[in-house]
Structure formats: structure tokens, C-alpha cells
Design a binder for this molecule. Sequence first.
Ligand SMILES: C[S@@+](CC[C@H](N)C(=O)[O-])C[C@H]1O[C@@H](n2cnc3c(N)ncnc32)[C@H](O)[C@@H]1O
Length: 182
Amino acid sequence: MPSRPRRAGPRVSVLRVGHRAGRDPRLTTHVALTARALGAERLYLHPPDEELASRVARVGQQWGGTFRVEGVVDWKALVRAFDGPVVHLTMYGQPIDLVAPKLRKASAVLLVVGGAKVPSALYQVATHNVAVGHQPHSEVAALAITLDRLRGVPGPGAWPGATHALVPQAHGKKVRTLRGAS
Ligand SMILES: C[S@@+](CC[C@H](N)C(=O)[O-])C[C@H]1O[C@@H](n2cnc3c(N)ncnc32)[C@H](O)[C@@H]1O
């Protein structure tokens, strides 16, 4: 099946600040699943949410890969210690297509998305404030488009360690069960 060739992009970590455990588990789960599916290595979650991390880990057990959710208490310390550009996704920032060429040259990038409220310090500590369009929308959409700009969309095929893989179909659903499935 033809798929877009993947760009040799940077290693990407994602930081989600302002998660409200018990209030927006579905949205943060979608942030995690989108980060995983589109090639990020990990989601740093502030504040930590063990239940959500376990739920996402179970997806990895079935579909493979090494993506993980790590709880973070002090997001500012994480941002300061990160060895690479820190990119805060916000509608107030500079256009994505202006900044993406620079980011593709980095070896590691930290993408930061907010929730209902964004701490104002984030605008100052970020290396870049980047907008995906200049209208309000969603952290999931902003993350997906940015990951596409940085790394492209992965093609089909089983991920390492997967017990299941999809077989792309024009119509209907087909899942292959791999060795190691119980
Ligand atoms: C629902 S918005 C919250 C916006 C928040 N009220 C604020 O003060 O910015 C949640 C997150 O989606 C992301 N987001 C929304 N629209 C965006 C856009 N146009 N470009 C980049 N990121 C965006 C940002 O990461 C934002 O923190």
C-alpha cells in the first residue's frame, strides 16, 4: 500500500500541562494516543495520572512500540533541563510553517500543549511559541499537525513487540494476530 515516505525528523517528546485527572481523562488519553501513533517517544504528564499511564501502556502491549507516559510534578524543571528546542503550541505563536524547517534539523524536540488554562510562564520559558493556524481549536489537532510537519505519518506494518497489527483494507476491518499474543 502506498504511504507517504517518512521524514527523518527529530526525536519528539510531548509535555501536557494542566491535566485534570478525573475531569478530562478522555482528552488527555487522546493527546497520548495521538503522540504515540504519530511517532513521539513519550508523553510527560503534568500533574501525574497513574491510571491514565496504565491505560495507555495497555495499548502499547497490544499494538507495540516503546511509547510511555511519565508523570511530572515540576514541569518548569523539565522544560529547563530539556536538551533541545521547547516548542509551546499556542494560537498566539508564530506560524508552524515558519518554524518547522528549523525544528526538523534538531535532534530532539519537546512539544508542549496546554489544557483549559495555560500557565503564563510557558510563553516565556519556551524556545518557540508556535501556532497551528491562528484560531482556537484543540491540543490534539495542534499536536497531530505538528508531528506530521516534523516526522510525517507512519505507514502500515506491525510495530516492534506488537501482538496485533492492522492489515489496511479498502472496506471492512482486518487485524492480524502475531506471535506472542495470549
Ligand atoms: C483548548 S486550548 C486552551 C487555550 C487556553 N484558553 C489558552 O489560554 O491558551 C488547549 C490547547 O490547545 C492547543 N491549541 C489550541 N489552538 C491552537 C492553535 N491554533 N495553535 C496551536 N495550538 C493550539 C494549545 O496547546 C492549548 O494550550
